[in-house]
Design a protein. Structure first.
Length: 436
């Protein structure tokens, strides 16, 4: 499953003094009420060594940006060090992508990074391995105050905050503006009804990918582990009549000659050749699709779909990428403060301007610069309007293979209108299999 001059936004003293719930300690600063003699003393500096892991792209030089000649990660960490004279930090860096964090960190938690980046769906595994510290006090308040409820929930597990999110993670709709209007792309059925000419696919979608297939079951009114995705005992209810209707809709869609099951980026080539109307993917494909479509590039939040005669909203899973802290870190106060900074507004702005990483901070997301960015607007609108928070539960372990199997069988023609109910029931049994 598959950045210009920065206005410094310093961590406030109250944040620096916040409770570090993950380690049970606090950071301290000199009191403003100290006596004249004590205030005259030189501030003590604490020597700290931190190992920070991040993706290769954050550690590569940014062309034309001298300040980022050693990458944005080093720039941000050095800036944090400069902003905190109470600490003299030596940084060691390692390469680990957000998607690989779960496997890499849990191999040897004692010797893993003190601060690292991860995809939020890995939280249950990381917490279970004792590899991810809880964030508390003012740092947790930063997460809830500066992000939407969806994004804040994405780093919440068992009611506790386990990281600082720095970008959303979801998928949305890309389309060719020469083939579809802004009104057309509000409805999948409208898009599919168009005659775009011989050899042209109206809509491409990875039906056999379990990170995407949920969109149709949500559109039918189904729930996955409760209305908010946080109650495993509520189970998955997609084996209802409405859920079976969603399965039948996908069966018909897969057989439609105007549809193509997306495979390995083939849709981008179709866009370039003028042979595709619309395709669902995430921000990682934006640059390639922009190049392929040129002036006809368009993107939007997800459309509605008519299932059983009722229009329902397709919804993608929404998550985040976040900064986490290893509980084994010796200097927890410094590590948590660094995580809060790396995930905060200033660093989100750096990532956006340097690498195009879309910010999730609510103020940045509402800024004119981001709102004028079609891809950023599509992602943020999708998270706000046409998504469900991907459940952060251990029980999601039963979901991925079960949903992928269903999607694959639909694409291969093994699911039909006649056996849709039985196949849907079997999928749901698999999804619910890890509920105790």
């Amino acid at each position: 499953m598959k950045a210009k001059k920065i206005v410094a936004t310093l961590l406030t003293a109250s944040m620096a003094a916040g409770m570090l719930a993950g380690c049970g300690g606090t950071a301290s600063k000199s009191s403003s009420k100290s006596s004249a003699s004590s205030s005259a003393k030189k501030t003590e500096t604490k020597d700290v060594t931190l190992t920070v892991w991040g993706p290769q792209e954050d550690q590569a030089a940014i062309e034309g940006k001298d300040e980022y000649k050693d990458g944005i990660l080093k720039y941000m960490c050095d800036k944090f060090n400069e902003d905190h004279p109470e600490w003299n930090i030596t940084f060691n860096y390692g390469v680990c992508s957000e998607g690989d964090a779960k496997d890499t960190v849990t191999k040897d938690v004692d010797n893993a990074a003190d601060v690292y980046m991860y995809a939020n769906d890995q939280i249950p595994t990381l917490v279970g391995a004792g590899a991810l510290a809880q964030i508390g006090g003012d740092y947790a308040k930063q997460v809830t105050d500066q992000n939407s409820q969806t994004i804040a929930t994405s780093v919440t597990f068992d009611g506790k905050v386990y990281g600082v999110p720095y970008t959303g993670n979801t998928w949305f709709l890309y389309y060719d503006k020469s083939k579809f209007s802004e009104e057309d792309v509000k409805s999948l059925d409208t898009m599919m009804s168009k005659d775009l000419g011989d050899g042209v696919t109206n809509f491409a979608f990875p039906l056999d990918n379990s990170w995407y297939i949920e969109a149709f079951y949500y559109a039918a009114g189904g729930t996955l582990f409760g209305a908010n995705g946080d109650d495993a005992k509520a189970k998955c209810d997609w084996d209802s009549d409405a859920g079976v209707a969603a399965t039948k809709y996908m069966v018909d869609l897969a057989k439609n000659p105007k549809f193509s099951n997306e495979k390995d980026g083939s849709s981008i080539a179709k866009f370039k050749d003028g042979k595709l109307g619309a395709y669902c993917s995430g921000s990682w494909d934006a640059a390639a699709i922009k190049e392929a479509l040129g002036d006809n590039f368009g993107c939007a939040q997800l459309p509605t779909v008519k299932i059983n005669g009722k229009d329902g909203q397709m919804c993608s899973f929404a998550g985040s990428k976040a900064i986490g802290v290893n509980p084994k870190c010796k200097d927890q106060d410094v590590a948590v403060a660094l995580a809060a900074y790396l995930g905060g507004e200033e660093c989100q702005k750096i990532r956006y301007e340097a690498r195009g990483i879309i910010p999730c901070n609510t103020e940045l997301a509402a800024s004119d610069e981001v709102q004028k960015d079609a891809v950023a607007a599509a992602q943020n609108n999708t998270i706000a309007n046409t998504s469900k928070t991907q459940p952060v539960l251990n029980e999601m372990g039963g979901y991925w293979d079960s949903a992928a199997t269903m999607g694959g069988e639909i694409v291969n023609g093994d699911v039909t209108a006649a056996n849709a109910a039985d196949k849907t029931k079997k999928m749901v049994e698999g999804i619910n299999s890890q509920i105790k």
